[in-house]
Design a protein around this ligand. Structure first.
Ligand SMILES: Cc1cc2nc3c(=O)[nH]c(=O)nc-3n(C[C@H](O)[C@H](O)[C@H](O)COP(=O)(O)OP(=O)(O)OC[C@H]3O[C@@H](n4cnc5c(N)ncnc54)[C@H](O)[C@@H]3O)c2cc1C
Length: 464
């Protein structure tokens, strides 16, 4: 008789968990997976996919305006939120079914319930008698929204509830200016909601390149988004049918809804990790090595729960490397270098590699090439829009360390640029690449003029 019920038991059927379970099963392992909410996880059910569908829906507002410049008459158009959210939910249901069938086809046993750990090889499934055992357990429990600990915090909605709204508010205050905050600010603005973003820092999108941060902040303000920097929520009170956010700085903001977009914490509490001695890091993430192994030999973890980079392709890569290592006899350390990422705001951001700031910390010499220009389409649509392209180069090796784009299709452009950066392309090789004309992306292979920081004016008062 087998020593354990399963070779592998996965807790959480999101991006990482589903990939690991399927691959391990296809490689011959006996696999079980527990999911307490819906198979597919955050990305599919209440993250990337439904969010991007809402962003598409919201972008039509600008596109219809653009169409007028191209000769179209667009009278009598109106937007209906129930139709959009209903169609988005239908696609989410379809994906939920597709992910479920993927596991089924791969022969993975599925338990739609909460799992907790009894010991390093034993799992308790809520609502079922007894326990199941596994040689290896993979924790792929993802992350959940962090909600600031202020009086009235129960009034906050998070990105989760944005997908549950039956009607659109007239106004919303979004606390936090990370990528999720900026994406929802953009979506709601396009759909006609009055948006105020409150952020305790002095610029949006910490950790992104400064030119992207400034460029997107300016573009969002131009679209009518109220961006209030150095504004920290002190408390939230109900006021009439809406809410009042009192700020530490003294004044307040009122809105129909208040959303917390203040980051996400790894989901590691209350299912036995601490009890069995798994080491957790500063924000509760599972501490793992490069093969995703935790401090307990039989317990591995992948995806948001390890807080390496909270992105779907990262969770999938970690899960694939885990399955290769344990079930295909191919030790595969994870490698997150040159992982591209996007902000699906309007305008969009696509970015890969080093920011200028980081490059200046790492390299002795850094060259910057950047250009801001009016995209061709905007010359006729009349849209007030500026596109930004920026390359960060190691001045000693000529290697392209970072590529940053703000503007239409930035994510699509940067996905392709990421291949070149990963292969170690140099600026000379970018320059030797023929341009595709007329396109916006051709700018990345035609920038010849190195950007020089503005020279300090002799005798000027810098603080003036
Ligand atoms: C609004 C939003 C937008 C996003 N947009 C993007 C984007 O554009 N691009 C991108 O790359 N990433 C995006 N992300 C991030 C992306 O969704 C995550 O990085 C990814 O889903 C992480 O996958 P995971 O497998 O680690 O966790 P998840 O997909 O979150 O899966 C974890 C699963 O574990 C389950 N679970 C937790 N505890 C238990 C338990 N004890 N028992 C049983 N089941 C349990 C949960 O219900 C969940 O289904 C977005 C996230 C959000 C919230």
């Amino acid at each position: 008789m087998a020593e354990y019920d399963y070779d592998l038991f996965v807790i959480g059927a999101g991006s990482g968990g589903v990939r690991a379970a399927r691959l391990a099963s296809e490689l011959g392992a006996k696999v079980g997976v527990a999911e307490e909410y819906r198979i597919g996880g955050t990305c599919v059910i209440r993250g990337c996919v439904p969010k991007k569908l809402l962003a598409y829906g919201s972008a039509y507002a600008g596109e219809i305006e653009d169409a007028r410049g191209f000769g179209w008459t667009c009278e009598g158009l109106r937007f209906d939120w129930p139709t959009l959210i209903h169609n988005v939910r239908r696609e989410v249901d379809r994906l939920n079914g597709a992910y479920t069938r993927t596991l089924e086809k791969a022969g993975v046993d599925r338990f739609l319930t909460r799992a907790s750990l009894e010991d390093p090889h034993t799992i308790k499934l809520a609502g079922r008698d007894g326990t199941v055992s596994a040689k290896t357990i993979l924790v792929a429990t993802g992350s959940h929204p962090f909600i600031p600990d202020v009086p009235g915090r129960e009034h906050f909605i998070t990105s989760n509830e944005c997908f549950e709204l039956e009607e659109l508010p007239k106004s919303i205050a979004i606390v936090g200016a990370g990528y999720i905050g900026m994406e929802f600010a953009s979506i709601f603005t396009g759909l006609g909601v009055t948006v105020t973003v409150l952020h305790r820092g002095d610029q949006i999108l910490r950790d992104f390149d400064d030119d992207l941060r400034e460029g997107l902040a300016a573009a969002m303000r131009n679209r009518g988004v109220g961006l209030r920097m150095n504004a920290e929520a002190a408390s939230i009170e109900k006021e009439g049918s809406g809410f009042r956010v009192n700020l530490k700085q003294g004044d307040c903001v009122t809105a129909d809804l208040v959303m917390a977009a203040t980051g996400r914490l790894p989901t590691t509490m209350n299912f036995g990790l601490q009890k069995i001695g798994v080491e957790l890091g500063w924000n509760g993430h599972v501490v793992v090595d490069e093969y995703s192994k935790s401090s307990v030999d039989s317990i591995y973890a992948v995806g948001d729960v390890t807080d390496r980079m909270q992105l779907t392709p990262v969770a999938i890569h970690e899960a694939t490397a885990f399955a290769e290592t344990l079930f295909n006899d191919t030790p595969t350390p994870v490698d997150h270098s040159f992982t591209p990422t996007a902000v699906f705001s309007e305008p969009e951001i696509g970015t890969v590699g080093c920011t200028e700031h980081k490059a200046r910390e790492m390299c002795r010499s850094v060259d910057i090439y950047k250009n801001s220009f009016k995209p061709l389409r905007a010359t006729v649509s009349g849209r007030d829009e500026t596109m930004l392209m920026k390359l960060v180069i190691d001045g000693e090796t000529d290697k392209v360390l970072g590529c940053h784009v703000l503007g239409a299709d930035a994510a699509e452009i940067v996905q392709m640029a990421a291949i070149a950066l990963r292969l170690g392309a140099t600026k000379a090789q970018f320059d030797a690449t023929r341009a595709l004309h007329p396109s916006a992306a051709e700018e990345l292979v035609t920038m010849r003029q190195r950007w020089e920081p503005p020279a300090a004016v002799a005798g000027s008062d810098a603080a003036a």
